[in-house]
Design a protein around this ligand. Structure first.
Ligand SMILES: *[C@@H]1O[C@H](CO)[C@@H](O)[C@H](O)[C@H]1NC(C)=O
Ligand SMILES: *[C@@H]1O[C@H](CO)[C@@H](O)[C@H](O)[C@H]1NC(C)=O
Ligand SMILES: *[C@@H]1O[C@H](CO)[C@@H](O)[C@H](O)[C@H]1NC(C)=O
Ligand SMILES: *[C@@H]1O[C@H](CO)[C@@H](O)[C@H](O)[C@H]1NC(C)=O
Ligand SMILES: *[C@@H]1O[C@H](CO)[C@@H](O)[C@H](O)[C@H]1NC(C)=O
Ligand SMILES: *[C@@H]1O[C@H](CO)[C@@H](O)[C@H](O)[C@H]1NC(C)=O
Length: 373
């Protein structure tokens, strides 16, 4: 057998590696960059870890093998950090009990400056109490401003309160931002900061104790937004003008439980690609507009628990993609007939509860319609 010197070298290295593997010292197996390891250990220092989630985070192990950490296959730099806390069945019976989850504080600036290739960070459903974003760190280099982060989930850290979201503008690559359940009541400029993110596609800031939807601003610079959820905040205002002036082809808007008032403006028709419109549980009034039936991509339409009056427009019978139609618990009146459902062959969820009840006139088609539901 002819074996070249380089092949010998590989075989020798492999043997050496196999022998030393059990001691964890095989250099061929250590992929982790020292810089990334340092950053992760610094992050760990700020964290209180009651159930030893981070026990694998020790210097004896390659940091690419640490729990929650993923490295790029080629560069071996850390790209993912995923440490969301599970509180669901069957292991956990009390969804609210977070005593086994991570708490303490998140040194976000350190993570972003040193983990230059981090693109996914999920610390959702833990019990962190503070975020430290130190602008001093971002002065060491430009990396904080060119952070590779595309996905940031801090949602359901219910004891976390953030005074300013200014740090978000140093993450220009963000596409997915989930801050649900965080107390942001002191941040009055939130709209300004999130609109600085040119690639932002999904934003969820539900239940953040936000108070101001900036209803009179005409234009919000969301260039890529596809999905917006601002439910369960406190916006006792009209629907904001900027919402109907989005050029991004937005497909989902959720604004339920917000005390919103006023009528549905016709400018809503600008949002041609809307598939989900959830305005449930507000104080919206006026008629349910006939033109709403022109939003042909609607799959989920919730206008229930408001103060709408008049009848259910027959134009809704044209919404052939609709799977949920919720218009109950308003002040509706009038007749509901098969025209209201003409093309709704995909409908699976219907709420048209009204008191006093609506008049149902299904003529001969009534039986057929009943059978097909
Ligand atoms: C990286 O490695 C993992 C695990 O071996 C594999 O699932 C993944 O597809 C690889 N990714 C690339 C880009 O090669
Ligand atoms: C990062 O960007 C912000 C806003 O664009 C700027 O004010 C700040 O000086 C930049 N920092 C660095 C370190 O470049
Ligand atoms: C978070 O808030 C809950 C409810 O107020 C409390 O029981 C829990 O101890 C808090 N967690 C921490 C780490 O302070
Ligand atoms: C909108 O945002 C983009 C990217 O962040 C920026 O280049 C542009 O100047 C902004 N436009 C306005 C009108 O603010
Ligand atoms: C939409 O925004 C532009 C500014 O970019 C403004 O001139 C226009 O009046 C706005 N339209 C509406 C309907 O608010
Ligand atoms: C349904 O759509 C058709 C074709 O687009 C249109 O002619 C008709 O007027 C619409 N019906 C209602 C009730 O909006």
């Amino acid at each position: 057998m002819n074996t070249s010197p380089s092949e010998y070298a590989i075989i020798f290295a492999w043997l050496l590696c196999a022998i030393m593997f059990n001691t964890g010292m095989c250099s061929l197996n250590i992929r982790c960059s020292q810089k990334d390891k340092h950053a992760l250990l610094n992050f760990k220092q700020g964290v209180i870890d009651p159930s030893s989630v981070l026990s694998s985070w020790s210097t004896q192990q390659d940091c690419c093998e640490w729990r929650g950490v993923k490295c790029d296959n080629i560069t071996s730099r850390v790209t993912h950090l995923s440490l969301s806390c599970s509180t669901t069945l069957p292991t956990y019976t009390d969804k609210e009990d977070k005593s086994h989850c991570l708490t303490g504080s998140i040194h976000l600036s350190l993570l972003l400056v040193e983990l230059e290739f981090l693109n996914y960070l999920n610390l959702g459903n833990n019990d962190f109490l503070a975020i430290q974003f130190d602008s001093v760190h971002s002065q060491y280099c430009d990396c904080a401003n060119s952070s590779a982060l595309r996905y940031l989930d801090l949602s359901y850290n219910d004891n976390l309160s953030i005074n300013s979201l200014q740090w978000i503008s140093s993450m220009p690559s963000l596409e997915y931002l989930y801050l649900t359940g965080i107390d942001l009541h002191k941040e009055t400029n939130w709209l300004q900061f999130v609109t600085m993110l040119p690639s932002l596609s999904e934003l969820d800031m539900g239940d953040c104790q936000l108070k101001d939807l900036s209803p009179s601003i005409q234009y919000a610079n969301f260039t890529s937004l596809k999905s917006l959820s601002l439910s369960a905040n406190e916006f006792p205002s009209d629907l904001p003008k900027w919402l109907f002036n989005l050029s991004s082809g937005i497909s989902s808007i959720e604004l339920y439980s917000n005390s919103l008032k006023g009528k549905l403006p016709k400018a809503l028709l600008n949002l041609r690609h809307l598939e989900v419109l959830n305005l449930e549980d507000n104080k919206l009034s006026g008629p349910i507009p006939y033109w709403l039936g022109k939003l042909e991509h609607l799959r989920y339409l919730a206008l229930n628990l408001n103060k709408f009056s008049g009848s259910i427009p027959t134009s809704f019978g044209n919404l052939s993609s609709l799977t949920s139609l919720l218009v109950g618990h308003n002040q509706l009146s009038g007749v509901v007939s098969e025209r209201n459902f003409a093309k709704l062959s995909k409908l699976r969820e219907l709420d048209i509860y009204s008191s006093p009840p609506l008049i149902f006139d299904f003529g001969v088609l009534c039986q057929e319609w009943h059978n097909s539901i």
